[in-house]
Write a protein that binds this ligand. Sequence first.
Ligand SMILES: [Zn+2]
Length: 439
Amino acid sequence: MDDDAAVAALQALVRIPTVSVRDPEKVDVAAFDELLVELKRRFPLLHERLELTRVDTHGLLFHWAGATAAHPVVLMAHLDVVPVEGTWQHPPFGGDIVDGDIWGRGTLDDKGSLIGICAAVETLLADGFVPAQDVWLSFGCNEEVSGTSAVLAVDELRRRGVEPWFVLDEGGAIASEAFPGVAAPIGVIGVTEKGVTSVELRVEGRGGHASTPARLGPTARIARAITRIDRSPMAASVPAPTIELFRRMGRHAPLALRPLMINAGRVKPVLTRALIAAGPEPAAMTRTTFAITTLSGAPALNVIAATATAGVNIRIMIGDTVAGVLEHVRRTVDDDQVHIDVVEQNEPSPISPMDEAFELLEQTITEVFPDAVPAPYVMMAATDSRFFCAICPRVYRFAPFRMTKAQRESIHSYDEHLGVDAFLDGVRWYRRLIEGLPA
Ligand SMILES: [Zn+2]
């Protein structure tokens, strides 16, 4: 498989609209079937030589036997994408190459990684390469809807007694424009991720005609509850990986900022306040966040709501817990007529160590992207890799692709595209990573 074939494979897979939707009835099963057929067609050696276990409806778990099974590694990606939003400059399922970029939903999230891993493995197989360690490829089919694919892959690995040395999934990137004034791209490797938890607040009342309202009915109580939550942030702090991120970026920062960043660990309160003041994104790096997302009241304008609800999406910071956060919500709402139903709950992931496995990722970044500064960070979004924390202490989140700020913002939005050269660098990165696995 040469570079052109790898690029063509990515284009072909982007053209297959494997869109995840929460209602299983509405999933385009044919698209997922087609994707698996196309993947097999594009990567014949991988499918011939690696042992495949089907997981969930369309999830794939490949086992590539290495020289030893002592320190197995898991490389992850997902086959599904989110629905198309907004107006695109080029068709979202076109896979077109325009001015050196491959366009389409999934190029960055996450078919670039999927094809990057497969192309690296395919070329290594063609060369007769045997990895020093067992390599597992885990490709989930419902990451975007928090589906069961990754959980089932973990079950399968556990059943086989596989305890990975490290797990690598999507997350960070070779991010340019990562911080104001820092010219060097930062190779950010997620070492943990915030926990996603959702609750629904609900107030029941008598309803009735809108001409005779009582004070503090269901809608008013819900409104009071959500404004209380909105006004009451939880305690903020800067966790260890973020301090290390600042320390490493600091050396490349403008002179005025350098001391603050390099000494981040010693000026935590100042840094925390600065991040909170800098806007919602930096503020989210310091604490658990609460987003009031859905609201419902009466079905008609002249009806008093018998039930009012509000959905709250919570991203739990390292150091906080689901129990602590729910207690905060209860205390803040301070109204026993507001029922709090937990819809989903996930603790933040443990922080993966920055030992030999992390160093291998760093070295491979430095080799393939010599201008980049490798650094750990806390992921704000959730990935399938969180489930692997149950069987592995070293879970890292990084996709080896150069991404501008605009590209990072296009993920789950519109105009998602990946540079052809950036993609091929990524293939090379996965290849070097597998070649570099220590005996
Ligand atoms: Zn993704």
